[in-house]
Design a protein around this ligand. Structure first.
Ligand code: SF4
Length: 374
């Protein structure tokens, strides 16, 4: 089984914290992009390959018209054997998720929406440079529900510069009241070169406060648990049965193909990605050779499997590891696992070394654990 990812590199306006491959665009450029991505999908398509997850992300896929989104969905269906009932997610931002767009997405077989709220505080939305208001975000969610979506994720960010006590808490409470099936809550990363980083460097904004960030995270863990969401990854929480199958594919090192500028693919132990230059991508009709291409050795793949697996609250799947690599991870990594356990960052939670996962302390210092496997 394969996952398919399509990157839509357009947004209404660039957010102040964003370093993703995305930019404002005009109608002509969006149409050229759709021509190119449809051509890439057809070129790389293989009807013998079965797929059980599709994810159209960005950027802001909801800036495309209904017709353009339909062309992409049709191209994927024509070129791959997509399972009936496959998880089909589209990312949307509040300013472009009208009822009509949500209904059109439902009509083309999308069964999961991921909406970028980031916050319901107008102050926070201003700091992040988002183009929508909190009211618009709630309206977008209601549009999605009215169009019949029963599987919706809301993306949030916490730990913002100058964040007053209670701001994130208030957002999270209001979001939980809406009752989405899935919530992603990420700690803000200040990316070099972004307007937000420059404001912090020049003292216009304060540095994000680590203590505030950790307090927000701990609040999210406790509050979302109480509210019926199960944490299944460091930053992801779902009602039972609504975990993101596509994202789990990344954390379980399963194969996927990515289409569009900067989209990454992983198959047969090889990682490669498309050019991140939107103009170059369009000019080449999406058929240029990958820019970054690396065949990973078995050792590298095993290390990566462990690193990705520790993102999940159940830890790396050691049985699956043995099936694919033919060795016991518990034995191969016993030294590293022992020392991480001594530091209180991981715990063995099943008999016979069948399960290892991050502890509560490990969730706060996950990067320290990942470094052991890089
Ligand atoms: S909407 Fe997302 S991808 Fe687009 S600019 Fe903002 S953060 Fe970046």
């Amino acid at each position: 089984m394969l996952g398919l990812y399509v990157h839509v590199p357009f947004c209404v306006k660039k957010c102040r914290y964003c370093d993703f491959v995305s930019a404002p665009s005009d109608c002509a450029e969006r149409e050229q992009y759709v021509d190119a991505v449809v051509s890439e999908i057809a070129w790389r398509g293989d009807r013998s390959r079965r797929c059980d997850t599709v994810f159209v992300g960005g950027g802001t896929p909801s800036v495309l018209t209904e017709k353009q989104l339909e062309r992409i969905a049709d191209a994927l269906r024509r070129s791959f054997d997509i399972e009936p009932g496959a998880e089909f997610t589209v990312e949307a931002n509040p300013e472009s998720l009208t009822y009509e767009k949500a209904a059109a997405l439902k009509g083309i077989g999308v069964n999961r929406l991921s909406i970028g709220f980031q916050s319901l505080s107008e102050r926070a939305l201003g700091v992040l440079g988002r183009v929508h208001s909190a009211e618009k975000a709630v309206e977008a969610f209601k549009n999605a529900r009215r169009a019949g979506f029963e599987n919706i994720n809301i993306d949030l960010i916490f730990g913002l510069p100058g964040e007053p006590e209670g701001e994130f808490e208030n957002t999270l409470r209001r979001v939980a009241e809406l009752g989405p099936e899935h919530i992603s809550a990420y700690s803000l990363i200040v990316e070099e070169g972004t307007p937000l980083a420059r404001d912090i460097m020049s003292g216009i904004l304060p540095e994000p406060d680590d203590a505030r960030d950790r307090a927000d995270y701990r609040f999210a863990l406790a509050f979302l648990k109480e509210s019926g969401y199960r944490q299944y990854e460091i930053s992801n929480f779902a009602k039972p049965g609504f975990e993101s199958k596509h994202n789990m594919r990344y954390w379980r090192q399963k194969e996927y193909l990515g289409f569009g500028p900067a989209a990454a693919s992983f198959e047969r132990g090889r990682r490669y990605s498309n050019t991140d230059d939107i103009g170059v991508y369009i000019k080449g009709c999406g058929r240029a050779e990958p820019e970054e291409d690396a065949a990973l050795s078995k050792e590298e793949l095993m290390d990566e499997y462990m690193m990705l697996g520790f993102r999940m609250t159940e830890g790396p799947d050691l049985e699956h590891f043995r099936e694919i690599y033919g060795v016991s991870a518990a034995e191969k990594y016993s030294g590293k696992l022992d020392s991480l356990e001594k530091e209180g960052l991981i715990e063995r939670y099943k008999p016979d070394l069948a399960g290892v996962r991050l502890t509560e302390k490990g969730l706060d210092f996950a990067n320290r654990v990942f470094r052991e496997f890089v």
